[in-house]
Write a protein that binds this ligand. Structure first.
Ligand SMILES: Cc1ncc(COP(=O)(O)O)c(C=O)c1O
Length: 406
């Protein structure tokens, strides 16, 4: 291919800059295997890097649901949902999501990214003001920016500042607060109860992304907001009023692909007509829908309480790493376990050492996280045994002491 020289030179120069800052990313070929393992360069590794928290991506019933759907309807959805891409499998998935989220309606998107970006930019009006949490995922930030509303960043740890801003900006037609319920990089939970109280006091509305909470928190694994409907710590009518929509992804705990927005039929119909990432994109693929629908059903019928098992394992493992004097942060029982390393070069070295010892762990560096906070991001899968976790613990200690290195 004949790339124009200015573009080629620009690419080379920028790649060099990334290399010098230890921020150049490499593509890696990973073959997923069952039981939380994977193959990298022909070696079998424990995969502690995926978001497949409940192991559904490899669940035999999830796989056979996808295969059956392909045999019946084919692979691709062939058109956008508004044209002819909405099939019986899409309808089934929508119904499952409504059951899980306890909402009357839901809309599907081709990814969680598309769900966040498309729904937020469609709902928030350019005359409104939006408060976006500092650590929000890029797709939430994009959605807020694309709305053209006045944009402000707030921090969950400094809600008194958010409160002052809400007070000061009472004249905007609407005030929106946009947040992840579980922050995917820090593994912390947003202060949803305080946010709902602020929203009620200052007449604001919350849009939340449950990407890392679905399948992990809530009595049916329905996420952080569902906990309010379970324990009534805030009256349900207030929660409903202040958190009118919930966004989720099907590509993490549900082991498939795609995103959704759950809400009232009217709000969802408006999104059908306004969310560009749904209107002008081919509908979610048939196997992705069927797999996600089966995974949600398995979660709702789950008698072994997989989410609780996952959280218990996470709490135990986190406490062991802390005993070993690793700087671990986040919610005690969150399956994402960030271990602070600070230096981007060192985090790559530790991840390489862990790989040599048989463990795939993500090394996270800026710009994904702020400078000076490079980290190993260990992500648990409910199928890992306590013995598996002990093996990783030993390897972590050796990696820190440079003993896994050849
Ligand atoms: C908080 C959050 N929201 C949305 C997404 C995007 O979801 P998807 O991977 O389904 O596009 C991610 C993905 O990493 C995420 O962490």
């Amino acid at each position: 291919m004949n790339t124009p020289s200015f573009l080629q030179n620009e690419a080379i120069r920028n790649l060099q800059l990334l290399e010098e800052a230890n921020l150049r990313r490499q593509q890696r070929l990973v073959t997923p295997l069952s039981n939380g393992r994977c193959l990298v360069n022909g070696r079998e590794l424990y995969d502690f890097s995926s978001n497949d928290y409940l192991g559904f991506s490899q669940h035999p019933e999830v796989i056979s649901a996808a295969v059956r759907a392909i045999q019946e309807y084919g692979v691709g959805s062939r058109a956008s949902m508004l044209v002819s891409g909405w099939s019986p499998v899409h309808q089934l998935l929508k119904e499952r999501i409504c059951e899980l989220e306890q909402t009357e309606s839901a809309l599907l998107f081709s990814s969680g990214y598309a769900a966040c970006q498309g729904s937020i930019s469609a709902i928030i009006d350019e005359n409104d003001i939006v408060f976006c949490e500092r650590n929000n995922h890029a797709c939430l930030v994009d959605g807020c920016r694309l709305s053209n509303a006045k944009f402000r960043v707030y921090r969950s740890e400094r809600l008194e500042i958010l409160e002052r801003e809400l007070m000061k900006n009472a004249s905007f037609p609407k005030r929106w607060i946009v947040t992840e319920t579980v922050f995917g990089m820090d593994a912390t939970i947003a202060p949803m109860d305080e946010l709902i109280e602020l929203a009620e006091k200052y007449d604001a509305y919350i849009i939340c992304d449950e990407a890392h909470a679905s399948g992990v928190y809530g009595s049916r694994g329905a996420g952080i907001i569902s906990r309010f409907y379970d324990d009534f710590t805030i009256p349900p009518d207030i929660v409903e009023r202040r958190v009118p929509i919930r966004i989720g992804t099907l590509s993490k705990a549900f082991g498939s692909q795609g995103g959704f927005v759950a809400g009232s039929p009217e709000l969802i119909e408006l999104l059908w007509n306004r969310a560009k990432t749904a209107m002008f994109s081919t509908a979610l693929s048939i196997p992705a829908c069927a797999a996600a629908a089966r995974a949600i059903q398995l979660l709702m019928e789950d008698t072994k309480n997989l989410p609780e098992k996952l959280r218990n394992r996470a709490a135990l493992f986190r406490s062991h790493l802390m005993e070993d004097k690793f700087y671990v942060f986040g919610e005690p029982d969150n399956p994402i376990i960030p271990v602070l390393v600070e230096d981007p070069k060192l985090v790559i070295k530790m991840a390489d050492d862990l790989k040599r010892a048989g463990f795939l762990v993500a090394a996270i560096r800026p710009p994904t996280v702020p400078r000076g906070t490079s980290r190993l991001r260990i992500s648990l899968n409910a199928n890992f045994s306590i013995d598996d976790l002990e093996l990783l613990r030993t390897a972590m200690n050796k990696a820190r002491d440079g003993k896994n290195a050849k």
